[in-house]
Design a protein around this ligand. Sequence first.
Ligand SMILES: Cc1cc2nc3c(=O)[nH]c(=O)nc-3n(C[C@H](O)[C@H](O)[C@H](O)COP(=O)(O)OP(=O)(O)OC[C@H]3O[C@@H](n4cnc5c(N)ncnc54)[C@H](O)[C@@H]3O)c2cc1C
Length: 238
Amino acid sequence: MQLQKPDGTIIVNNDWGIIKDLSPYPYTLMHLVFLNLADDRVGQHTLAEIMLKHCDNYPTTKVLFNHEVQSVTQNEDSVTVSGVQTNGEPFSYTASYGVGADGGKSTVRKQLGMTLDGFTWDESYLATNIFYPFETLGYAEANFVVGGGRDWAIVCRTGDKQAPWRCTYGEVSSKEASDEEVYARVPQRLAKYLRGVKYEDVKIEAIARYNVHQRCAKSFRVGRVFLAGDAAHLTQPM
Ligand SMILES: Cc1cc2nc3c(=O)[nH]c(=O)nc-3n(C[C@H](O)[C@H](O)[C@H](O)COP(=O)(O)OP(=O)(O)OC[C@H]3O[C@@H](n4cnc5c(N)ncnc54)[C@H](O)[C@@H]3O)c2cc1C
């Protein structure tokens, strides 16, 4: 992992490989979704596949897709979640405990009467997935590019050598510019990180803008129900 200036000047080079003889864990968990194993990075979708595979090893575990939880009730002994499947069929499950890991807009959290207190930062992030060999532009596998103001970026490979690179940079808040406006200036903003490569010569796989929050539920547990992940807390990742 490196800290670089926009022109490629290296500020810090963090090579976890040098501790490989000293530690069985010569890597860093970088922003959770990019598991930096010296030379490999595991994107969120890959991590989800790995976890899904491990769930198969537990006979008491069943993963159900297409089930939308709409209500959560509990008493002294149990928790019941109910909702509807995408085919319209209702469902209901009762267990000793429940965990709401249903993201920032968590239905489970709302059902518990809990709010996600805090604030939303006055800026947004623009995440792009790009097919281009960024390593040829002087980038390490994972890079924090430190420019002035919103001219910062995270540039890193999202998986194996075939995987796209992620370039995320700072943008203004949605109060200051609409999605259309910030998407229209992506080529211009990316120019700084593409270091001379033309926008037409890279393949953009995905572009997404997202708001950044500093929010947390008052408690991660109400009775027999727990909150986890974004349902419990949202933080700006930089
Ligand atoms: C564009 C973008 C880029 C990001 N980049 C990074 C990054 O580089 N690094 C990083 O660490 N984080 C990043 N994040 C944040 C990261 O994605 C989240 O922190 C993480 O996904 C939270 O995981 P989670 O399991 O708590 O929630 P989620 O990933 O939101 O998963 C919640 C799941 O619950 C399901 N669900 C929701 N409601 C219900 C319901 N009522 N019933 C049943 N199921 C339901 C959803 O379908 C979803 O599958 C990014 C986020 C965005 C939007």
